[in-house]
Design a protein. Structure first.
Length: 74
């Protein structure tokens, strides 16, 4: 069930569907995923620097990748 959240998060992030990503952030049961989405959306809407935005984007994608790999092997 959770892997659906990760698939959606990946899709929404790659295609720039921020409204859908926000809804997923609220609905997911994975607190870490929700926090990573929150940090990214905050960085996107209130960028301190380009590097901060890229780092939060990379952190979100890295967590999604990590979660999907762990779901696959368990």
């Amino acid at each position: 069930m959770r892997s659906i959240d990760y698939d959606k998060a990946l899709y929404f992030t790659l295609w720039g569907q921020w409204d859908d990503l926000l809804v997923l952030m609220v609905r997911t049961k994975d607190d870490i995923l929700a926090k990573k989405i929150e940090h990214f959306l905050h960085a996107y809407h209130y960028p301190i620097s380009r590097e901060w935005l890229h780092n939060s984007h990379d952190a979100l994608l890295h967590y999604i990748d990590h979660a999907l790999v762990n779901e696959f092997y368990t």
